[in-house]
Design a protein around this ligand. Structure first.
Ligand SMILES: Nc1nc2c(ncn2[C@@H]2O[C@H](COP(=O)(O)OP(=O)(O)OP(=O)(O)O)[C@@H](O)[C@H]2O)c(=O)[nH]1
Length: 289
């Protein structure tokens, strides 16, 4: 059984530190620890399929880009961390945990272990020169744990609805999962993704057929569609980079609109290092039941 826990695993690769624009590579500087080199996003990540895409643009929003450059130039933002919340929902056994684990830990677990309750991971990125963190919440797909998991839907900026590409029934259930998650959130303020897992199990023809069904459902859900395989790793990094980039850009734009930087988690809040350290002091495994 996977742990019935909320635990925080924090990934900071302690490797050579990349220097930021206009700054020397100084490991003692007073800002958030470095992100791993493979979490640095400088160009705007593309969508998977233009037929089911939330935003077609090729580059960052101009206003957001200028705000990032401005903050980076004034060396703001390095000691404060933007954080967004993504919740991952879907039927049991569709591969939610494997999806998260492939991205966060680069592992794939062949044996099924049901998630009980919820887990979460935090991934750090450097986005357009600024630090950004994504909280990724893994929820249980089993009906009996739904009441526990749904308590954690609130405050999501991103909702990732997952289905198994080899099990069409799980695709039919995604709309219900989405409406449950949206009930706890402001529908207009969430990015919705529809993710088909286990792409490796399908032939090219089967894949094409399932993708075209999924694209129709994605249109009804106002979602962006991705087909991935946690087993082979296909499209996993591309997908999460896209999620992180859209969430980051949205929170920068919200800051500009409101003229503040004190939104809540899920709105792309800004946490200082002390707050982050405090969060990390939580016990690694703790029952939420
Ligand atoms: N072939 C293949 N198997 C996968 C893939 N992703 C997940 N699986 C398998 O599917 C099963 C379920 O994966 P999980 O990630 O535990 O499913 P889950 O959605 O988290 O399930 P719950 O915790 O019950 O909600 C496991 O046996 C995985 O090995 C994939 O991309 N390809």
């Amino acid at each position: 059984m996977k742990y019935l826990a909320v635990y925080l695993l924090h990934h900071t690769a302690l490797q050579e530190y990349p220097s930021f624009p206009g700054q020397p590579a100084d490991k003692t500087m007073n800002f958030s620890p470095p992100v791993s080199r493979d979490r640095i996003i400088s160009t705007f990540p593309k969508c998977y399929n233009p037929q089911a895409c939330l935003q077609m643009k090729d580059d960052w929003n101009t206003k957001a880009k200028m705000a990032c450059q401005d903050r980076a130039a004034r060396q703001q933002g390095y000691d404060r961390l933007k954080m967004s919340k993504a919740v991952v929902v879907g039927d049991l056994n569709v591969g939610k945990t494997c999806l998260i684990n492939r991205f966060c830990k680069d592992v794939f677990e062949r044996d099924y272990k049901a998630t009980i309750g919820v887990d979460f991971e935090i991934e750090r990125f450097e986005m357009s020169g600024l630090p950004f963190s994504l909280q990724i919440w893994d929820t249980a797909g089993q009906e009996k744990f739904k009441c526990i998991a749904s308590a954690y839907y609130r405050g999501a900026q991103v909702i990732i609805t997952v289905f198994d590409m080899a099990d069409i029934k799980s695709l039919e259930h995604t709309q219900q999962w989405l409406s449950d998650a949206l009930r706890e959130n402001e529908p207009d303020s969430c990015f919705v993704f529809l993710v088909g897992t286990k792409k490796d199990l399908l032939s090219a023809e089967e894949c094409q057929r399932t993708e075209s069904d999924a694209i129709k459902i994605a249109a009804e859900m106002n979602a962006e569609f991705w087909a991935v395989s946690s087993k082979t790793g296909e499209n996993i990094q591309e997908f999460f980079f896209r999620v992180a980039a859209l969430a980051f850009e949205d929170s920068i734009l919200k800051d500009l609109e409101t003229g503040t930087s004190t939104a809540q988690i899920g709105d792309g809040s800004i946490l200082d290092d002390k707050a982050l350290e405090k969060a990390e002091e939580k016990p690694k495994k703790k029952s939420c039941c």
